[in-house]
Design a protein. Structure first.
Length: 308
């Protein structure tokens, strides 16, 4: 049974195949119907959502399926009923399960008991569907991924910091993450990304100085400094992260044709300036749309490889 719980659940070749399929599906969004029937995909949300819910619901429908959207807080997954028992129930009702939840251990338990493919729509540790969409966006705007330099500025200990390291390494990119002291990525994730990069020709590194990190970059990416569940740290984080704000100064350090990513929601004047996110180098709206196309391709690929 194949699942997509973190970026490196795909091999480099498999990641490339999913991205190529996403490009074809974007060009002809109503041609492929692997969920015709309609087959049901259960989509659960423990955390607030806009892009994840809308992109999965639209994408599942375009694949010919039915998105069974479940309020996991109402279901009280793991409280009213164990995750394992929830998985056993949903696995009998749906062809796949998509879950946006908290600790990675929760989605791993779901996958261990569901009997159908399980997709990580965000956990505290990883956001692999977002980085698939981001890589699709980079391919559209900059061509082949291998050899390009992607820089993530901000909380490198976040799910986006971790997923950029793994996804970029799989694609053969040179990934640099830059963060204040105390916000470095999990050493195990960094080591895993470096091991992957050694096989793909890419690299994965932590660069302390944000301007040095941005120097010559092909892609600059950022995310909110205050992730869900960290709201009580807002004042402390705003002070610590200010030098990592993606503004015109850091953009000027990158290549003249560099593009800017932000997974949204964005807070102008904090992690990114209005002049950058609303400027000509920003591709964040393409990035947001590409969640749908990348996730459609992922679901189709997983269902095709269910028995592996």
């Amino acid at each position: 049974m194949r699942h997509f719980l973190r970026d490196d659940d795909l091999t480099p070749a498999e990641q490339g195949a999913v991205l190529e399929l996403a490009q074809r599906m974007k060009a002809a969004p109503y041609d492929a119907k692997p969920l015709a029937g309609p087959r049901t995909v259960a989509v659960l949300f423990d955390k607030p959502t806009l892009r994840t819910q809308s992109s999965f619901a639209a994408g599942i429908a375009e694949l010919g399926g039915f998105p069974m959207v479940i309020d996991a807080n109402l279901a009280r997954v793991g409280v009213r009923e164990s995750i394992a028992d929830t998985a056993r129930v949903l696995g009998r009702q749906a062809s796949a399960i998509v879950w946006r939840t908290f600790d990675q251990s929760r989605i791993e338990e779901m996958a261990a008991n569901a009997g159908v493919p399980v997709v990580n729509a965000l956990t505290d540790q990883f956001h692999p569907c977002q980085t698939l969409a981001d890589l699709l966006t980079v391919k559209e705007h900059r061509g082949d991924l291998a050899g390009q330099t992607l820089v993530f500025l901000g909380d490198a200990a976040s799910n986006m910091g971790h997923s950029y390291l793994l996804a970029g390494a799989l694609a053969g990119m040179h990934v640099r993450v830059s963060a204040p002291s105390g916000f470095a990525p999990d050493p195990a994730v960094l080591a895993r990304a470096q091991a992957i990069a050694a096989q793909t020709g890419g690299s994965a590194s932590v660069v302390a100085d944000p301007k040095a990190a941005a120097e010559g970059a092909d892609v600059l990416a950022t995310d909110t400094w205050i992730s869900m569940g960290k709201e009580e740290q807002e004042a402390e984080r705003l002070s610590a992260f200010l030098p990592w704000q993606l503004g015109d100064d850091l953009l000027a350090a990158a290549r003249d044709d560099a593009i800017v990513l932000h997974c949204l929601p964005a807070y102008r004047g904090k992690e990114i300036t209005a002049s950058v996110i609303d400027g000509p180098r920003s591709v964040v709206w393409d990035e947001a749309e590409n969640r749908r196309h990348a996730q459609k391709a992922l679901l189709a690929w997983l269902l095709e490889h269910t028995d592996e």
